[in-house]
Design a protein around this ligand. Structure first.
Ligand code: IDP
Ligand code: MG
Length: 139
């Protein structure tokens, strides 16, 4: 499994708050190369399928409603050690716990509305890339 690709979404509240440009800039300054990118609105069904791993968690319904509430920016990013390095760049799930300077510390609103998604393994990165992009959309 390739270890140089990760998948990200700029989440609805960050897009709505006009933060997409600043967040993309932070990704590029963090050493990531954009391999694919699109603005996209997830249906409830798509958001539910994407986050199906969290189906049993108490926040699942809220998460699906939130992620389908407005457009997101989906992207494929490339860098050596992409998954781990990107998780470090975005910081902890809860922005109150995210290290200073991380994308979530700078731009997230709350633990639920936390500005960005980042894949948690190489295997899931590939699944998530395939969920959002066809091969001819990736440079
Ligand atoms: P991650 O995005 O840092 O990998 P996960 O535990 O995979 O965090 O959770 C997925 C998403 O679900 C989070 O990014 C956040 O939007 C939401 N979420 C996680 N924990 C909570 C919670 O306790 N309350 C509300 N939403 C949550
Ligand atoms: Mg996760």
């Amino acid at each position: 499994m390739a270890n140089n690709i990760t998948f990200t979404m700029i989440k609805p509240e960050a897009v709505a708050n006009g933060l997409s440009g600043k967040i993309i800039d932070a990704m590029i300054e963090g050493g990531f190369k954009v391999k694919a990118m699109k603005l996209k609105k997830l249906s409830k069904e798509e958001a539910g399928e994407f986050y199906a791993v969290h189906k049993e968690r108490p926040f699942y319904g809220e998460l699906v409603d939130y992620m389908s509430s407005g457009p997101i920016v989906a992207a494929v990013l490339e860098k050596d050690n992409a998954v781990a390095d990107f998780r470090a760049l975005i910081g902890a799930t809860d922005p109150a716990e995210a290290a200073e300077g991380t994308i979530r510390a700078r731009y997230a609103t709350s633990k639920a509305e936390n500005a960005v998604h980042g894949s948690d393994s190489d295997e899931n990165a590939q699944i998530e890339v395939d969920f959002h992009f066809s091969a001819d959309e990736i440079i």
